[in-house]
Ligand binder design. Sequence first.
Ligand SMILES: Cc1cc2nc3c(=O)[nH]c(=O)nc-3n(C[C@H](O)[C@H](O)[C@H](O)COP(=O)(O)OP(=O)(O)OC[C@H]3O[C@@H](n4cnc5c(N)ncnc54)[C@H](O)[C@@H]3O)c2cc1C
Length: 423
Amino acid sequence: MGDTPIRIREDTHMSHSRSDVIVIGAGPYGLAAAAHLGAAGANIKVFGSPMSFWTEQMPKGMLLRSPWGASHISDPRWALTLDAYERGKGTPLSRPVPLGDFVAYGHWFQEQAVPEVDPRRIERIDALDDGLRVTLEDGESLDTRRVAVAAGISPFAYRPVEFAELPRDLATHSSEHADLASFAGRRVAVVGGGQSAFECAVLLYERGAQVELLMRAPRIRWVGRATRKGLLGHLLFHRTDVGPAFVSHLVARPRILRMQPGFVQRHALRRALAPGASLWLRPRSKGMPITTGRRITSVARAGEHVLLGLDDATSREVDHVLLATGYRVDVSRYGFLSPSIVASLRYADGYPVLRDGLESSVPGLHFLGAPAAHSFGPLVRFVSGTEFAARALTRSIVGKRAGTRDHGRDDRALEYRSAERQL
Ligand SMILES: Cc1cc2nc3c(=O)[nH]c(=O)nc-3n(C[C@H](O)[C@H](O)[C@H](O)COP(=O)(O)OP(=O)(O)OC[C@H]3O[C@@H](n4cnc5c(N)ncnc54)[C@H](O)[C@@H]3O)c2cc1C
């Protein structure tokens, strides 16, 4: 492959190997990529603040929406699963997994698999003739052949334009809160129809806010788990558990999914990402005001309050609007990509178009996590996609199936056969 080794500028030295990679991000994707690349013998450097998105941009008290079996961060030997963490801890974790426990698991994973994470922020990535230059917040720069961007979705938080004029004390995106307790006693409208909106509303309700959930969907789509148990559950749902019955098996095999006609891919995406709320939120939302099937038609500031007009001609006056309106991937919003990289990436709807190995049209620049979803489907938006992404990245860079777990699973054999056909 002829990779150029990482060169640290400013007279510092680092050992070289054929497969040097800089990983940006220490969330589930960055950590899994580093664990796989490291085990395969690549010389890696990882930057980021471990599990920071989960600690700083999700509400305290949240429970994971992904079930236990779909919440393991991948390592090549499956030695660092949630089960291993639970065993080592000596006390059972509850299910669904509480956010605090998942964060602690992520830190434990990092200490075991990726003990050296550099907390400095990446300021900029530039393309060179023969590689990439990464500049850190303190001005140090490193030259490398490959960069794996696993920087998450934080810059993609979607704030509908109607709310653009409202200041932060009147309207915020859900990602701006790590604790909703400060809203106790205040009137809060939560806007959105997905799990995040529902869970934020319930957490606010439980913390004594006067909350109303406003959603466009005509009814709440409860996402149940009963059918996921036992033999039937295994037949209907893949263990990665992204998408409804049967669809989840296709979503779990991104290379097969991407060979399907466009309408099949779009169907899988729509079904897998359809907004819904976990069934376990239902009893907790009893008595909480929920308005379905309504659009917000006007937003106005009324002194210290906000006036929302709805399409049924009613209005609401609230102290705060919490926008649980999701994320829209647009990698040009990663502030660290140089204008020339932004200009030379191939895009589809804001997503970079990626080839095998999750490599973009800028040679050596890989994207993991949600930005890979246009090319590899909805699996890579979730923790359970770390296995696919980390293996695909490692295979493309190191060129061998290092550390492959031998479970003799049909799905993996299928993926590898399909990958080999494409290589
Ligand atoms: C409210 C909410 C709940 C969710 N619940 C679940 C769930 O239950 N199960 C599930 O599977 N998925 C869930 N998700 C999706 C979840 O966000 C992703 O699965 C997961 O975070 C993806 O991991 P990641 O590594 O791509 O990104 P992140 O976890 O966001 O990590 C990004 C990393 O990049 C680093 N970084 C960013 N910019 C820079 C920079 N310039 N320099 C250096 N480092 C940088 C950060 O410090 C961080 O370490 C949820 C999402 C939301 C919003």
